[in-house]
Ligand binder design. Structure first.
Ligand code: PMP
Length: 426
């Protein structure tokens, strides 16, 4: 049945030969994954891995979840694609479902295919609505790899275009390793105030991740975004909430911005909305949506297969109470990580985040740089059958963002393996 599998070495060689050389690698010996089932993936030798990475927050409902794939397949066999000039039911139903989940007066949705495209649309919309060109973004944020989304990306490793848009002002993020979250938030607010005083009337929008993902699982003080919103409002500057990595239950809320008690002007979505099938969107109010005033449509955005899949995803999140599950089991995982932080304070220096959006920062030693040590831990955990992620400015933060269907037993077993690995380092 698996006779077409060519094996890890051959796949690695072909990747090296035919992909662009920049293609990023996590592992010295990356496994070749050939099958997935809920919180597990399997390599070509049948070795099982418990997935604590979920392809960066993507397969939140689990790999190949039959409750979702059955509806994808059903739609695929019934009507796969039409032009947006025709009426189809799945995309309007999806927009209606999102309206019920979105906060405040956000009720209109534009469908696209990737997170970059959703943010690109949101940024364009903000320019159209305000008639201004400038953007404010947070240092170490990540918003995509199109020209404009890369321009508002603060993380240096993801900024590779030589001609990025220059109308972007980065402000200090509400985190600093030597400060409390409140102090860091206050400093960030001060830098925002300074930018607004200088050129507030040239700024269309500020774009933020409610919890920075690739920036190292940075969750600001709870008062931060309320202060940001209050400062932007007098200038008519829109707040774009990038929920691409944090959304749809992962943090214990449908959208992570709910933790801060504010309603943004635009929300962008992608990743887990399709649980592995490309679906993305940006949503806003009636008034702002009206500013996108030229015919605009995406060939694949909101196609029947993607829309039917996203509807199945939202049903599953609701029926299985995944936000509650993420809050509860994420708490268990975080408590376990904090225990390891206490036990190995010279190795784990910080544990951050909420729900299943968690990070553990690692320190280096005299002989091993922190990023190298992080790679070592990833490799050791992979050999023990656990896939975890890494992020952060220094690539030294272990990222735990599993499918929301992982069990308490999975979490305890992973923590035991991590304890073993850290003990050996210690
Ligand atoms: N925003 C955030 C917060 C992300 O994490 C990512 C992807 N890592 C993107 C935007 C870009 O999404 P995509 O890769 O689907 O274009």
């Amino acid at each position: 049945e698996q006779s077409n599998i060519i094996g890890r070495e051959a796949v690695a060689a072909k990747r090296k030969q035919y992909f662009y050389p920049c293609t990023a690698h996590f592992y010295r010996d990356a496994p070749q994954l050939v099958r997935g089932s809920m919180q597990y993936v399997y390599d070509e030798n049948g070795k099982e891995y418990t997935d604590f990475f979920a392809g960066v927050s993507v397969v939140a409902c689990g790999h190949c979840n039959p409750a979702i794939t059955s509806r994808t397949i059903e739609q695929l066999q019934q009507l796969q694609h039409t032009s947006t000039v025709y009426l189809t039911q799945p995309n309007v139903e999806l927009a209606e479902r999102l309206e019920g989940l979105l906060p405040g007066a956000l009720r209109r949705t534009f469908f696209v295919n990737s997170g970059s495209e959703a943010n690109e649309g949101a940024l364009l919309l903000a320019r159209m609505h305000t008639g201004r060109k400038g953007f404010i973004a947070l240092e170490a944020g990540l918003h995509g790899r199109t020209n404009l989304t890369m321009s508002v990306t603060g993380l240096q490793m993801w900024r590779t275009d030589a001609y990025l848009d220059e109308d972007v002002t980065f402000i200090q993020r509400p985190y600093h390793p030597e400060m409390t979250l409140e102090e860091a938030a206050a400093q960030s607010i001060e830098s925002l105030k300074a930018v607004l005083a200088e050129k507030g009337d040239t700024i269309a929008a500020m774009i933020v991740e409610p919890i920075q993902g690739n920036g190292g699982m940075i969750m600001p003080a709870l008062s931060y975004f309320r202060e940001v919103k209050a400062l932007l409002e007098p200038y008519g500057i829109l707040l774009i909430d990038d929920e691409i990595q944090t959304g749809y239950g992962r943090t214990g809320a449908m959208f992570a911005m709910e933790h801060y008690g504010i309603v943004p002007d635009i929300i962008s979505m992608a990743k887990a909305l399709g649980n592995g099938v490309p679906v993305a969107a940006f949503s806003t109010t009636d008034e702002i949506a009206a500013s996108l005033n030229k015919p605009s449509a995406s060939t694949f955005g909101g196609n029947p297969v993607s829309a039917a899949t996203a509807l199945a995803v939202l049903d599953y999140i609701r029926d299985e109470r995944l936000p509650e599950r993420a809050a509860e089991l994420g708490g268990r995982l975080k408590a376990g990580l904090l225990l390891l932080h206490e036990r190995y304070p010279a190795v784990i220096t910080d544990v951050r985040g909420t729900g299943f959006m968690l990070g553990a920062e690692l320190a280096g030693s005299e002989t091993e740089d922190a990023a190298v040590r992080t790679d070592h831990v990833l490799e050791e955990m992979k050999d023990r059958g656990y896939l975890i992620g890494k992020n952060g400015i220094g690539r030294n933060v272990l990222a735990f963002q599993p499918p929301l269907v992982v069990t308490a037993e999975n979490i305890d077993a992973m923590l035991a393996a991590l304890n073993e690995v850290l003990q050996a380092i210690h």
